[in-house]
Design a protein around this ligand. Structure first.
Ligand code: AVJ
Length: 325
């Protein structure tokens, strides 16, 4: 049986509204990325993962398939915690291998979406009767302290979700993770790598328009929950590679000057013609810089694996031992 251990749902929504108010008043205007992942958004993201242009999940899968036995041997994990678990697709690969290796006792998925989490936790619990499944509804930027302690823990944060965070948020998360890690714990990160701009651009501009529908759904979700008046036809979808920041900048441009109201936030929002509304960034990484960032946070990259094409990396990190302690 899967059990729902903690539900931070209600408090979480207030934080989302606060962040939304904040983001929409910033320059450039931005909607928190979390609006992408309501039930419909999660289904659309599932479709994205099957698009030929969207290489990320297949590259990560190739790496995990090749390296799962090594990961099991190196970590000897008794607990697998997965941050932003979503539908937990790649997780099964880890569960299979860690389970067969014989050390694994519990699986702790943490996700903001209670519905998606409940469903996947139940499926996993049914498929792995010897593993205890303890789901946590929570936000990985706030709720790391809710992860159970003890044993050898492997905390997985896959799918390059870390790329959605701004550099300062990423530094905070890595520092928090370093603080959370006990000496025998480890962290498994999936990270997308910098590559040819045309391929990156194509991965977020599929001709079927699935990605556009996914990003547009954020406006629909905000309209529904915050009594907002975003009109789809007044915004053009835009996903472009920013070579300075080395991230995909994903969102909209206002087709004309107009005002949007968000009643529940008490906000009237004026857009100029061609003004941007960002919905997410998707940062791409380089090994050396990433290792430096990790070190600054108190983490050491113990292993770094890529797919055959060098598109994507999976990194295994441990807490950096501080000299003298
Ligand atoms: C789920 C964060 C990995 O950044 O590539 C896919 C989300 N957005 N297409 C990404 C996404 C548009 C995705 N992550």
């Amino acid at each position: 049986m899967a059990s729902l251990v903690v539900d931070t749902g209600a408090a979480g929504r207030e934080a989302v509204y606060e962040a939304t108010l904040h983001g929409l008043q910033a320059d450039p205007k931005a909607l928190p990325t979390i609006w992408l992942y309501d039930e419909r958004g999660s289904r659309l993201y599932e479709r994205i993962t099957r698009l030929p242009e969207y290489y990320l999940p297949r590259s990560e899968d190739e790496i995990l398939r090749a390296r799962a036995p090594e990961i099991a041997r190196l970590t000897q994990a008794s607990m697998l915690a997965e941050l932003g678990a979503g539908s937990a697709n790649n997780t099964r690969l880890l569960l299979d291998t860690l389970g067969a290796f014989g050390t694994l006792e519990r699986f702790v998925p943490l996700d903001v979406s209670g519905q998606a989490l409940q469903a996947s936790a139940q499926t996993i619990a049914a498929a792995y009767p010897r593993i205890a499944v303890e789901a946590i509804v929570g936000d990985f930027e706030r709720d790391l302290g809710l992860l159970p302690r003890g044993g050898r823990r492997l905390i997985a944060f896959l799918g390059s979700t870390i790329g959605n965070l701004y550099p300062d948020q990423r530094a905070t998360l890595l520092t928090d993770l370093a603080a959370e890690l006990e000496p025998h714990d480890s962290l498994l990160l999936g990270i997308d790598l910098v590559k040819d701009a045309a391929r990156l651009q194509a991965a977020y501009n599929d001709p079927q328009g699935v990605t556009e529908a996914f990003v547009r759904n954020a406006l629909t979700a905000v309209n529904l929950e915050l009594d907002a008046t975003f009109e789809q036809q007044r915004f053009a979808y835009e996903a472009r590679w920013d070579p300075e920041e080395e991230w995909m900048d994903i969102g909209f441009r206002a087709r004309e000057a107009h005002t949007v109201s968000l009643s529940r936030l008490g906000l009237e929002l004026a857009f100029e013609e061609a003004e941007a509304l960002r919905v997410e960034i998707s940062s791409k990484f380089r090994r050396e810089r990433f290792e430096h960032e990790a070190a600054t946070a108190g983490l050491r990259v113990a292993s770094w694996w890529t797919d055959h094409a060098g598109d994507f990396a999976v990194a295994l990190l441990v807490r950096e031992r501080i000299a003298g302690s």
